[in-house]
Design a protein around this ligand. Sequence first.
Ligand code: GAR
Length: 208
Amino acid sequence: MLRVGVLVSGGGTNLQAIIDALNSGKITNTSIEVVISNNKNAYALERAKNNNIEAVCISPKDFDDRSLFNKALIKKLDEYNLDLIVLAGCMVVLPAELIQKYRNKIINIHPALIPSFCGKGYYGLHVHEKVLERGVKLTGATVHFVDEGTDTGPIIIQKAVEVLYDDTPEVLQKRVMEQAEWIIMPEAINLIANGKVKVEDGKVRIAG
Ligand code: GAR
């Protein structure tokens, strides 16, 4: 059984997609042990509670400095003996110590086709604003392992989504979520849970 911890910051629709996929059997061999938010008002925490999943808030605001927050986050994650940490709309920059400790055991969903529209400052709605400004015709989402860079780790799954001329950032964000994010995040977890994902020379090989 793959023991998963999910880090969130906001609405938690990706968390919900994971929960739904667990309930419908699209993800097997997996349990969500804890959901941790840096934001106490995140609706994602309610979604966890509604599904009898432990919901914890660890906010940088409650610590005198960043290193104390980082220590508390790592300590909390370590308590659950996790095999995988899933960043599902997590807006916290993770400490290097955590990334080293959980090498190739942390995955993130990014709302664009990496290496386009990613890196520092590219998150949430802002990504879709940039996509529309540039006028590209295809965007999408990417699930990747997390390394020390921003959106630079090995790519696990990507899915393309059409951009329409009259899209607003909000409309495009919704389409990218519905047609890509909520599909590929559960898929990636299921592949990992069933031993299908290997990282070789910084690239992901998917078995079968
Ligand atoms: C999602 O669109 C996710 O791809 C994005 O934040 C949103 C969270 O929504 N993440 C990033 O931009 C990370 N760089 P959710 O809380 O409803 O899952």
